[in-house]
Structure formats: structure tokens, C-alpha cells
Design a protein around this ligand. Structure first.
Ligand code: FDA
Length: 306
């Protein structure tokens, strides 16, 4: 992890900074990365993105929930998203984080919540993807995912794998044998050297390896990155290996590389925009700033414009 990224994540953890930004943040410019605080606001944004040829994955912000009550509320709210997608006829699926659904309280409790969500996704002919969080939670996340795939089918449940983890190559191999749908990302958390590649070069190299493995196994792959080298490499790879268009998609975050998102659509590629919304946007927002400290300047500029 770069020095600047560590500094941003450390400053963001300071209680005074948390309090200030949580109060003024959406106004400060977090709205560039967050599609509002309510489901209605988010659905309006999905409609606009769909009109531009982009498909969406909606994410109700929230993580590290500590009470069963909060986890149940989050589960109910996520189930409502599937209803809203169907009711409005928009093209979106849903992404979730297991710590929002009680993983830190109990594995079985979280599995029950996820079962309700996966059942709803299946009922609506839709799809839920489990985001990957920090390394201590990876094994449980994969175990829970495998159970859900067996119960609800790989058409309705998918997972994320992070290329910065040493273990991911063997995970992709194993998951490839199950034929599941994976989103490959670089990884967004502060991880120690004994579990994750410390050098970006290795993370990037591993990324290509994982995408190639999963596609060659004939499994659906979401290439989720803003890295143009990786995107261009993927375009060449799918062409050279005759990978069918319906076996992959590009994914990017709402508000990041907007021009590139639209350019790929114009070139005929499928592009899904990860679109988070909700009141608990602070941890998500700080990870986006940490990835690119120049984003902090954008945020400060919007503050002074007001
Ligand atoms: P990298 O960080 O190397 O950036 C490449 C280029 O992209 C930069 O040079 C810059 O131009 C641009 N860029 C990157 N981030 C930017 C930003 N915030 N603002 C502006 N420009 C930016 N992580 C995780 O651990 N678990 C998960 O479940 C997910 N889920 C997920 C879904 C989707 C759809 C995406 C796109 C990403 C994630 N991530 C994630 C986050 C991921 O791990 C990673 O932190 C970010 O995507 C940034 O890495 P890049 O691959 O974009 O490359």
C-alpha cells in the first residue's frame, strides 16, 4: 500500500475528521461518488445511467454492523431494492457486504440474512453479488458464498476476489471449478505484507492472471477496474481467445472515470456502474479518497464553490 493511501486512511479514522466529514460530506462533494441517501434518489440515478447505455449494481452503504437489529434492518432494506428495481423496470443488480448483514455477530445469523436476500434475487430473476472485505473475513465469505450458490444457483449469486491477496489464485482455481460468476478487483483495504502483495506491480500482474484463468475456465468474469492498461489488455485477451461477449463485463465505480465508462459503451462493451447510496457513506468515501488523494482536492473545491 502506498504511503499516501496509508496517510489518508489513518486521517480518515480520526474521530474529529469522521464527525466533520459525516456532517458536511455529501455537500462537500461525496455526492460525486454516492447516489444520494435514499432508494428513490438512487433509482433516479440508475434510470439516467441506463439511458446512457450503462447497467448498474446498487449498493446500500453500510458495513461492520454490531447489532442483530441493524443487520435485520439492512437485510430488509436490501430486499426492498430488488422490489424497486422490478417496479421501475431498471437494469440493475445488487451488491452487498456481509459485515452489514451480521457476519461479525455470527456466521449462521449472517447466512440466514443472506438466504433471504438470495431468495429475493432468485424470485425476481435478479442477481446479488457479495463484495469482498478485509482479509480476516475472506474465508468465511467464500464459505458462505459456496453454500448460497448450492442453494440458489450461480445465476443469482456472485462473489468478488481481490488480486492483492496471495491466496486468490488458488481461490479462483477452486471457484472456477464450480463455474461461478466472479468480479475481480485489486483490493481496497489496508492489508499486511504476509497476506497481500505490497507492490502494485505484483497486484496488477496477478489481476491479469486471475482474469485470464477465470475466462479460460469459461466462467463469467467482471473486470472491475479503472486501470486503462488492464482494460486494454482485456480487450486484446478476449479477442485473441475468442471469449464470447456474454461471458464478461467491465465494471467501474459511480463517479470515477465517467468518460472512460461511456467510451467503452460506445465501443460496444457492457459496462456496469457500482452505484452506492444510503446514509452510511463515510467509510466508502474515504476509501475512494485514499485510492486517489487528488480526489480530496475535488472535494475541497466543491466546498469553496458553495
Ligand atoms: P488503480 O488504483 O491502479 O487505479 C488505476 C487508475 O484508475 C488510476 O490511475 C486513476 O486514473 C483511476 N482511479 C482509480 N481509483 C480512482 C478514484 N477513486 N478516483 C478517480 N480515479 C481513480 N475492493 C474490495 O476490496 N472489495 C470489493 O468488493 C470491491 N468492489 C469493487 C467494485 C467495483 C465495481 C470496482 C470498480 C472496485 C471495487 N473495489 C473493491 C475497489 C478496488 O479494489 C480498488 O480499490 C479500486 O477499484 C481502485 O483500483 P483500480 O483497479 O481502479 O486501479
Amino acid at each position: 500500500m502506498s504511503f499516501s493511501r496509508k496517510v489518508v486512511l489513518t486521517i480518515a479514522g480520526n474521530p474529529l475528521v469522521t464527525k466533520f466529514v459525516s456532517k458536511y460530506g455529501l455537500k462537500l462533494g461525496a455526492s460525486r461518488f454516492v447516489a444520494g441517501e435514499t432508494l428513490d434518489e438512487a433509482v433516479d440515478i440508475v434510470k439516467k445511467l441506463n439511458e446512457e447505455g450503462l447497467v448498474v449494481t446498487l449498493d446500500l452503504l453500510g458495513e461492520s454492523v454490531t447489532t442483530e437489529e441493524e443487520a435485520r434492518q439492512a437485510t430488509d432494506a436490501i430486499i426492498e431494492i430488488f422490489d424497486a428495481i422490478a417496479k421501475n423496470g431498471v437494469n440493475s443488480n445488487v451488491s452487498v457486504k456481509l459485515t452489514q448483514l451480521g457476519l461479525d455477530i455470527s456466521y449462521d445469523f449472517c447466512l440466514e440474512n443472506m438466504r433471504r436476500i438470495a431468495a429475493k434475487a432468485k424470485e425476481k430473476g435478479n442477481f446479488v453479488r457479495i463484495d469482498m472485505e478485509d482479509s480476516p473475513r475472506v474465508q468465511q465469505t467464500i464459505d458462505l458464498f459456496k453454500t448460497l450458490v448450492q442453494e440458489y444457483g450461480k445465476e443469482h449469486v456472485g462473489l468478488v476476489i481481490q488480486s492483492y491477496l496471495y491466496r486468490s489464485e488458488s481461490d479462483v482455481k477452486e471457484l472456477g471449478e464450480m463455474g461461478v460468476n466472479l468480479r475481480i478487483v485489486k483490493g481496497a483495504y489496508k492489508e499486511p505484507k504476509d497476506v497481500a502483495f505490497p507492490d502494485k506491480k505484483d497486484v496488477d500482474e496477478n489481476y491479469l492472471k486471475l482474469v485470464a484463468m477465470h475466462l479460460k475456465n469459461g466462467c463469467y468474469t467482471a473486470i472491475a477496474t479503472h486501470d486503462e492498461n488492464i482494460i486494454n489488455w482485456t480487450k486484446r485477451f478476449v479477442k485473441e481467445n475468442n471469449i464470447p461477449d456474454d461471458l464478461y463485463e467491465f465494471q467501474m465505480l459511480y463517479g470515477v472515470r465517467n468518460g472512460l465508462q461511456r467510451q467503452l459503451v460506445a465501443e460496444g462493451y457492457k459496462v456496469r456502474v457500482y452505484t452506492p447510496f444510503g446514509k452510511d457513506w463515510y467509510p466508502y468515501f474515504t476509501r475512494r479518497i485514499a485510492e486517489r488523494p487528488a480526489n480530496a482536492l475535488f472535494v475541497l473545491k466543491s466546498f469553496f464553490k458553495d
